[in-house]
Design a protein around this ligand. Structure first.
Ligand code: SF4
Ligand code: MSK
Length: 663
C-alpha cells in the first residue's frame, strides 16, 4: 500500500488544500501524522478484529472465532454471532459512557450556575421553562435560578435512577415510538444503569443470544440519545444560549500571525466558554500585548470547536484529522485539551515547535503534556491561568506557516428551534413549511451527515455525499467533524444553493439559508431527534420517525460514540448508513443489524463502501419512504362531467343552480 503525504492508495487521501499546504512546508518536514503512521504500519487490519469475532472477554482466550467452523468456536463454546454481538454492544456502551460522563459534567456545571457560582448565568429562560415542563417542575411565580436548580437536580437524578420508570425525556418522543419502546422493554430507566447492565450482560457467560443482547444495546443507546446527550445539549443551551444563525470562519487559515493562537480541543463547553470569557478580560489582553502579540485568538478543534462556533462564532481551525496539522503550522502557542478524540500523537508533534499541549481534565492526562486542572468552581481563575501559560509562549514562536487563502466563510447555528422559525418566519414559527415542502416534493427529504473524520476513506467523503444529496433536493443536516469538513468544502453558506437541485435551490435562495445546516457537536445529534419528532408532530409525514423520508450517515466514523449514535437513531426509527461495521465475521448477526432490526424497531443499519454509493442509497431510501407515504404520486388530471360538477357545487351557498353558474 503506497501512502504519501499527498494521499494513499486504497485508503486515506489528503484532498484538503490547507492540510496539503502545511505538510509541504519545510517546518513540517519532521512532523509525523496519522497518514505517515498508516504508511509505516505496512499491514492491513486483523480480519478477526475487523469482522468483530475476536473475543478477549475472559482469560481462557483471547479467542478468534471463524463463523460456521466448529473447531474455531471460542474455548467456552461462544459462536461468531454471540461474540460479534457482545463486541458491538460493548462499543455502544463505551460510546454512551463517553456522552454520559460528559453530560454529567454539564449538569453539574448547570447546578453550579443555578446556585450563582461561577462566571455563567441562565441565558435562555424560555427554553428553561419548556424543559422544566418535561420534568413536571412548576415555573409560575418562581425565580429563574430556583427553577434551574430544581431542573438541574432532577436531571442529575436521571443518571443514577434505580426504579424502572422511563427517563423523563422519553416523553418528548412521539406516542407511537414510546409505546414501541415500552412493548419491547427497551425504554431506558437510569442513564448509568443501562451502561452498567450492558457491560454485565456482555461479560463472559451471561447474555449469549444476539437478539437479546441488541435489545439492551438499543436501551443503552437510547439512554444516551434521549437521556445523556439530550440533557447535555439542552442544559448547555439554557446556560450558554441556544444557537442562532451566525457567520464565522473555518479551516487552518483562521490562525492569526500577529496574535496568540490557542486551540481548544475536545468536547466540554464549560472549559471552552470560560476560556472565551477570560480571553476578553483586559488583564489577559494586556499580557498578550506585553509579549508582542496584538491579541488572543481562540480557535476550536473537533467538537469543542463546534460548541463555541455555534454559540459565539469563534472560528474552528481543524476537525479531527487536522489536529496534528494545526500544530504543524508552528503558529499555535498552546493546544488546550479536555476529553475525547485527542490523538496521543499531538504531544510528539508539539515537540517540533514551541507549542504546549495543556491537559485540563483529571480523566485525561498525556505523557509530554502540561497538566493544569480546570476547576469548575473557580472557572474564570482557572481559565486565566491556562491562558497565561499559553500567552507566555508567544515570544518563543519561530518559523510558522498559516495558509491564509483557505479560510472559509460559514453560516452556523441551526438548532432545532432555529429550523422552527427559519422557513415559516417568526410569526408562523413551526415545522409546517418544512413538512409542506417535503410533501409537495420541493424538498425530497432530509439527510443527516454526522460523526467523525477518518483516514480510511478519502477525506472529502462528506463533501461528495452532501453534494449528491443537495443536487437531488435533499436538505442536509450536519454535526460534529462532518460539519466542520462540510464547512471547509464551502457548503455551509447560502451561496452553496447553486449546487442544489432547482427546487431546493429556490427555497435556500428565498429563505437565505445554506442547503447544509450545521446543528452542532456530536452530543447535538439529539437535536436531530427533536427535529425529526417535530416533523412527525406537525403532521402529513406519518405518525413515527420511521415514516419520515429521512436518513443519517456517519461515513467516516471513528469513535465508539458514532456507533452509540447510530444505534439510538435506529432504535428511534431512523435508518443509518455507515461505511463499514465490525460485524462482517458473523453472518446471522450482521444480517440482523442490516435487515432484522427493521421488524423490531422500524429501521436498520446499512453499509455502503463508497461516498457516492452512500449518497445514492440515502436517496433511494428517502424515495421509498415517500412512496410509502403516498406523496410521490403525481395528481391525476380529472376531466369533470356535468354530474360531477353538480356534486361539487351541491350545498355550497351561492353556487349551483341558484348561484352564478346557474344564472
Ligand atoms: Fe474465548 Fe469465550 Fe473467553 Fe471469549 S469468553 S475469550 S470466546 S473463552
Ligand atoms: S469530535 S467523536 S471525531 S465527530 Fe466530536 Fe469529531 Fe467524532 Fe470526535
Amino acid at each position: 500500500m503506497a501512502i504519501t503525504r499527498n494521499g494513499c492508495e486504497g485508503c486515506a487521501e489528503i484532498t484538503c488544500a490547507s492540510s496539503k499546504q502545511v505538510l509541504a512546508q519545510d517546518i513540517a518536514k519532521n512532523v509525523r501524522t496519522a497518514y505517515d503512521r498508516m504508511q509505516s504500519r505496512g499491514m492491513s487490519a486483523c480480519l478477526f478484529g475487523s469482522g468483530g469475532t475476536c473475543c478477549r472477554n475472559c482469560n481462557m482466550g483471547p479467542c478468534q472465532i471463524i463463523d460456521g467452523v466448529d473447531e474455531m468456536l471460542g474455548i467456552c463454546g461462544a459462536n461468531a454471532d454471540t461474540v460479534a454481538a457482545r463486541n458491538f454492544a460493548r462499543v455502544v456502551a463505551a460510546g454512551s459512557a463517553a456522552h454520559t460522563d460528559h453530560a454529567r459534567e454539564m449538569v453539574r456545571g448547570f447546578i453550579d450556575t443555578a446556585k450563582g457560582e461561577g462566571p455563567h448565568c441562565i441565558k435562555d429562560v424560555e427554553k428553561l421553562k419548556s424543559l422544566a415542563a418535561v420534568f413536571d417542575i412548576t415555573t409560575e411565580g418562581r425565580e429563574v435560578n430556583e427553577i434551574a436548580l430544581e431542573l438541574g437536580e432532577k436531571a442529575l437524578a436521571e443518571f443514577g435512577k434505580q426504579d424502572s420508570t422511563p427517563l423523563s425525556m422519553l416523553k418528548r418522543a412521539v406516542p407511537k415510538r414510546q409505546a414501541l419502546w415500552n412493548k419491547l422493554g427497551i425504554a431506558p430507566r437510569g442513564i448509568d444503569r443501562e451502561v452498567v447492565e450492558m457491560m454485565h450482560r456482555t461479560h463472559m457467560g451471561v447474555d449469549q443470544e444476539y437478539e437479546n443482547i441488541m435489545l439492551q444495546a438499543s436501551r443503552c443507546a437510547l439512554s444516551d440519545g434521549w437521556g445523556a446527550s439530550m440533557l447535555s445539549t439542552e442544559l448547555t443551551d439554557i446556560m450558554f444560549g441556544t444557537p442562532v444563525p451566525r457567520r464565522a470562519i473555518v479551516d487552518l487559515g483562521v490562525l492569526r500571525a500577529d496574535q496568540v493562537n490557542i486551540t481548544v480541543h475536545g468536547h466540554e463547553p464549560l472549559l471552552a466558554e470560560a476560556l472565551c470569557i477570560a480571553a476578553q478580560e483586559p488583564d489577559m489582553i494586556e499580557l498578550a500585548r506585553k509579549q508582542g502579540a496584538k491579541g488572543i485568538n481562540l480557535a476550536g478543534v473537533c467538537c469543542t470547536g463546534n460548541e463555541i462556533l455555534m454559540r459565539r462564532g469563534i472560528p474552528v481551525a481543524a476537525g479531527f484529522i487536522q489536529q496534528e496539522i494545526a500544530l504543524a503550522t508552528g503558529a499555535v502557542e498552546a493546544m488546550v485539551v479536555d476529553v475525547q478524540c485527542i490523538m496521543p500523537s499531538v504531544t510528539e508533534v508539539a515537540k517540533n515547535f514551541h507549542t504546549d499541549i495543556i491537559t485540563t481534565n483529571y480523566r485525561a492526562k498525556m505523557e509530554g503534556a502540561i497538566h493544569l486542572q480546570f476547576e469548575e468552581h473557580a472557572a474564570l481563575e482557572s481559565a486565566k491561568s491556562i491562558l497565561t501559560h499559553a500567552i507566555k509562549n508567544f515570544k518563543k514562536r519561530r518559523d510558522f506557516f498559516i495558509p491564509q487563502e483557505t479560510k472559509l466563510d460559514v453560516v452556523v447555528g441551526f438548532s432545532h428551534e432555529t429550523i422552527n422559525y427559519m422557513l415559516g418566519g417568526r410569526f408562523r414559527a413551526s415545522y409546517r413549511p418544512l413538512n409542506d415542502n417535503i410533501i409537495n416534493g420541493r424538498i425530497r427529504g432530509v439527510g443527516a451527515i454526522v460523526g467523525c473524520d477518518n483516514f480510511k476513506l478519502t477525506d472529502d467523503a462528506h463533501e461528495i455525499i452532501a453534494r449528491e444529496l443537495i443536487k437531488n433536493n435533499v436538505l442536509v443536516l450536519a454535526t460534529g467533524c462532518a460539519a466542520t469538513s462540510l464547512g471547509r468544502a464551502g457548503l455551509l453558506t447560502p451561496e452553496a444553493a447553486r449546487y442544489c437541485g432547482d427546487t431546493l435551490a429556490e427555497i435556500c435562495e428565498t429563505v437565505g439559508m445554506p442547503p447544509v445546516l450545521h446543528m452542532g457537536s456530536c452530543v447535538d445529534n439529539s437535536r436531530i431527534l427533536i427535529a425529526a419528532t417535530e416533523m412527525v408532530r406537525q403532521g402529513g409525514l406519518g405518525d413515527d420517525i420511521s415514516d419520515l423520508p429521512a436518513i443519517g450517515t456517519a461515513p467516516l466514523w471513528m469513535s465508539e460514540k458514532a456507533v452509540a449514535i447510530g444505534q439510538y437513531f435506529v432504535a428511534s426509527g431512523a435508518q443509518v448508513v455507515f461505511q463499514s461495521l465490525p460485524t462482517t465475521g458473523a453472518k446471522k448477526f450482521n444480517k440482523y443489524l442490516q435487515e432484522g432490526l427493521m421488524g423490531q424497531v422500524g429501521a436498520h443499519w446499512n453499509v455502503a463502501s463508497e461516498p457516492l454509493e452512500i449518497a445514492r442509497l440515502m436517496i433511494e431510501k428517502i424515495e421509498a419512504k415517500r412512496d410509502a407515504l403516498g406523496i410521490n404520486k403525481k395528481k391525476e388530471r380529472v376531466l369533470f362531467d356535468m354530474a360531477m360538477r353538480r356534486d361539487l357545487t351541491a350545498g355550497v351557498p351561492g353556487v349551483g343552480c341558484h348561484g352564478p353558474s346557474g344564472a
